[in-house]
Design a protein around this ligand. Structure first.
Ligand code: CAO
Length: 444
C-alpha cells in the first residue's frame, strides 16, 4: 500500500503567517518531486513550495488566502514507490543555476560566468543589448516565482514586459528565455524602440544558406553552451576589455610541485600548477584589491570583496562551466587541488550544485593542460578581471651574461578598463609573476 507522506512548509525565513496566494494542486492530482504545490507571498517576495514526494495528492491542507507557518503540513501525498529519481541533468552555468531566493534573501553576487548580483529594488539593472531597461514597478507586480525573478534580473529582463504562459499568466523561465531570444533576434535596440547598448546599433548578419556551397549538418547547441554564450556575449559587450600578457618564471615552482606531487598522489590528489596559481593569485589580490571587486549598478562605486573566492573555468563536453573555490586564502595547496579536481569532475558529470557556481570574485581559465601560448579570455562580468593561463615552456633566458633554460608560464590578464588602469594591470601581473617565482617562500 502506498505510504502517505506529508509535505511540510520548509524554513523560508519568515516564521509566521505567510499568505497562500495560489494552490496549484487538488486531491487526486499526480505530482512529481520538485513540482510546485503552492505559491506563498510574504511582504518581501513570493515563492513556490515544491513537492518533496512523487505520488498522488490525498489531501490539501491549505486554501488560497489562508496563511501558513514553518513546519506546517501543507499537502499529504500517497507516495509512488515506483517513482524513480529524475536523471541528473548537466549542471547549468551559474546564470541558470541560481537557487530560488528565499523571501528577503539576496543573490550573493559575483556568480559563475557573468551573472550580476541580485540588485536591490531601485538599483539600475544591467541592460543587455536589445533589451529595454527594467521598469521596477512593473517588475515588482509581475507574476513569477523568486527563482524566475532572479533569472530575469541576471539577464536584465523586465518581467513587466514578459507574457506568462503559465496558469493565470504566470511567467516561467522558458517565457523569459523566449523573450530574450525574440528581443535579440529582432536586433539590438529593437525592443527599446531605439539604439542598443551605449547608444550603438550594429548591422545584422545576413542569414546564409551554406548548403548552396556544399554538404552541411545542423547540430543543436546544448542548453549550457547557449547560456554560457549569452553570458559571454553580455560580458564582452559590457566591459571594455584589455588583455595584458606576461611570462612568469615557474622553474623553481615546477621543481617544488614535483617534490610534493608524489606524496599528494598517494593521498589521491593531482597537484597541478593550478593550485599554486590560486595561492599566488590570492597574494596578488590582497596587494591589488581593485581586481577582486565589482562595479555597482550605477557605475559610481567599486564593491571591494574581502573574501577570496576563485572561479575555475572547466571545459565540459556541453560547454564552459565556472565552479568556484571558496575562501582560497584559508585553504592549503592540497585542499585547493583536491577541490578543483572534485569541482571539475562534477562539472563534467553534471553534478554541480547551484552554490558551487556562485560568488566568484575573480576567475582563472587554464588551457595549460592543452597547449597554445597566450589568449584573450573574456571577463566573467561583474568580476573585473580574469587570468588566462597557457602551457609552460622551457625557453632560453638571458641571465648574468648568458642564456639559461627557464620554464616560463604564459599569463594573459583580461581586465575591465573602466575599473583597472593599464598601469595597475601591469603592476598586478608583475606582482603575480613574482609571487609564482617565489612560491616556495610564499607558502612556507
Ligand atoms: N603548463 C604545463 N603543463 C600544464 C599546465 C601548464 N600551464 N597546466 C596543466 N598542465 C599539465 C598538468 O600538470 C597535467 O599534466 P600530467 O597529466 O602530466 O600530470 C596536464 O597538463 C593536464 O592538466 P589538467 O587540465 O588535467 O589539470 P589542471 O589542474 O591544469 O586543469 C581544469 C584543470 C579543470 C582547469 C582543466 O582540466 C580545464 O578544464 N581546462 C580548460 C578550461 C577552459 O576551457 N578554458 C577556456 C575558457 S575560454 O573559452
Amino acid at each position: 500500500m502506498a505510504q502517505i507522506q506529508d509535505v511540510l512548509l520548509p524554513d523560508i525565513g519568515d516564521t509566521e503567517g505567510v499568505r497562500v496566494i495560489e494552490v496549484l494542486v487538488h486531491e487526486g492530482d499526480t505530482v512529481a518531486v520538485d513540482q510546485s504545490l503552492l505559491v506563498l507571498e510574504s511582504d518581501k517576495a513570493s515563492m513556490e513550495v515544491p513537492s518533496t514526494v512523487a505520488g498522488t495528492v490525498v489531501e490539501v491542507k491549505v486554501t488560497t488566502g489562508g496563511s501558513v507557518s514553518e513546519a506546517m503540513v501543507l499537502v499529504r501525498i500517497a507516495a509512488d514507490e515506483s517513482a524513480k529519481p529524475e536523471p541528473v541533468e548537466p549542471a547549468p552555468p551559474a546564470s541558470e543555476a541560481a537557487p530560488p531566493l528565499a523571501p528577503g534573501e539576496r543573490g550573493p553576487g559575483g556568480e559563475g560566468p557573468a551573472p550580476p548580483p541580485a540588485p536591490e529594488p531601485g538599483d539600475p539593472t544591467p541592460e543587455p543589448a536589445g533589451l529595454p531597461p527594467i521598469d521596477e514597478a512593473a517588475f515588482a507586480t509581475s507574476y513569477a516565482s523568486p527563482a524566475v525573478r532572479h533569472f530575469a534580473r541576471e539577464l536584465g529582463v523586465d518581467l513587466g514586459r514578459v507574457k506568462g504562459s503559465g496558469r493565470k499568466g504566470r511567467i516561467s523561465r522558458e517565457d523569459v528565455r523566449e523573450f530574450v531570444k525574440q528581443a535579440l533576434s529582432r536586433g539590438p535596440g529593437s525592443a527599446t524602440g531605439g539604439a542598443g547598448i551605449g547608444g550603438f546599433d550594429w548591422p545584422q548578419l545576413p542569414e546564409i544558406d551554406f548548403s548552396k556551397f556544399g554538404p552541411i549538418e545542423r547540430r543543436p547547441l546544448h542548453r549550457i553552451r547557449k547560456l554560457s554564450a549569452a553570458n559571454l556575449h553580455r560580458s564582452w559587450l559590457h566591459a571594455p576589455h584589455v588583455t595584458q600578457h606576461e611570462e612568469a618564471d615557474v622553474t623553481d615552482l615546477e621543481a617544488f610541485r614535483k617534490s610534493l606531487a608524489a606524496e599528494a598522489e598517494r593521498e589521491g590528489v593531482k597537484l597541478t600548477l593550478l593550485a599554486f596559481l590560486v595561492k599566488a593569485l590570492v597574494t596578488s589580490l590582497r596587494a591589488y584589491p581593485e581586481l577582486n571587486a565589482s562595479l555597482d549598478g550605477k557605475g559610481e562605486e567599486l564593491i571591494l570583496k574581502k573574501y577570496f573566492h576563485v572561479g575555475i573555468a572547466v571545459d565540459t563536453p556541453n560547454g564552459l562551466i565556472v565552479p568556484v573555490v571558496r575562501d582560497a586564502d584559508q585553504k592549503g595547496l592540497k585542499e585547493i587541488a583536491r577541490e578543483i579536481q572534485d569541482l571539475a569532475g562534477r562539472a563534467r558529470d553534471g553534478k554541480l550544485h547551484p552554490q558551487d557556481l556562485q560568488g566568484a570574485g575573480f576567475s582563472i581559465t587554464s588551457l595549460g593542460g592543452i597547449g597554445g601560448t597566450f589568449f584573450t579570455p573574456i571577463i566573467n562580468v561583474p568580476e573585473v578581471a580574469i587570468l588566462g593561463v597557457s602551457r609552460a615552456l622551457t625557453k632560453p633566458v638571458w641571465q648574468d651574461g648568458h642564456f639559461v633554460p627557464r620554464l616560463l608560464l604564459p599569463l594573459s590578464l583580461s581586465y575591465d578598463h573602466r575599473v583597472v588602469d593599464g598601469a595597475m594591470a601591469a603592476r598586478f601581473i608583475v606582482h603575480l609573476s613574482g609571487a609564482l617565482a617565489e612560491i616556495r617562500r610564499l607558502l612556507l
